[in-house]
Design a binder for this molecule. Sequence first.
Ligand code: AP5
Length: 217
Amino acid sequence: MRIVLVGPPGAGKGTQAQFLSSHLSIPKISTGDIFRDNVKRSTALGRRAKQYMDRGDLVPDEITIAMVRDRLSEDDAQEGFLLDGFPRNVPQAEVLKKMLDEMDARLDVVLELVVDDDEVVRRLSGRRTCRVCGRVWHVLFDPPGREGDCDDCGGELFQRDDDREETIRHRLEVYQEQTTPLISFYADEGILMGVDATGPVENVTDRALAALRPFME
Ligand code: AP5
């Protein structure tokens, strides 16, 4: 299956992507994670991306698209994938369509995680991420057993630089302006499915799996 997850910052795309990709045995490809990994390793790509990420702006398309093209050409992505955070605007969606045409493939479904702005701010201000395995936690809604440590691998948890309140607000504006046009783009293609992303994580996963079920047969 080839799936795209769309939704505002903090909607739970990364959280759901980790469960859905393991359930469906397809790789999760998160452009945010790839950028953060490059920032951590201080690569040329990471140094260019960081200035945009810290402000909450989108990294320019030419950088992002080249990175996704490389990732989609890897062996594990040939039979299916779950994209988290890409595409993020209509030009990226158009390029993705061309890339898939070249692979003689197409997207099966775009899942839109629907949640309001106040919930986004609550979720992002309490988010903690594992430095080692990337597992996402929340200090109130999904706390690890021991504060500051990842239950899955014991790694140290950290707060993302772009999770400051003013940056969160700016990321929401960027989402409204640049990413919401994707909703009608994919609705017109007939592959958009909305998923209520409120409530406990497991309930959201169940709703997402129910939405995907017709495409699994
Ligand atoms: P990216 O990493 O993609 O950030 P984002 O879209 O802003 O999304 P987040 O990762 O903040 O949130 P999420 O929806 O994954 O939520 P999560 O599961 O963590 O991108 C970062 C930056 O990289 C961008 O700003 C941009 O600069 C750049 N970038 C990336 N892709 C790009 C592209 N294509 N083009 C250009 N630039 C790009 O959950 C959030 C919190 O809520 C967690 O603590 C979690 O535990 C908690 N939570 C999750 N679900 C629930 C629930 N149901 N109930 C309660 N709490 C919950």
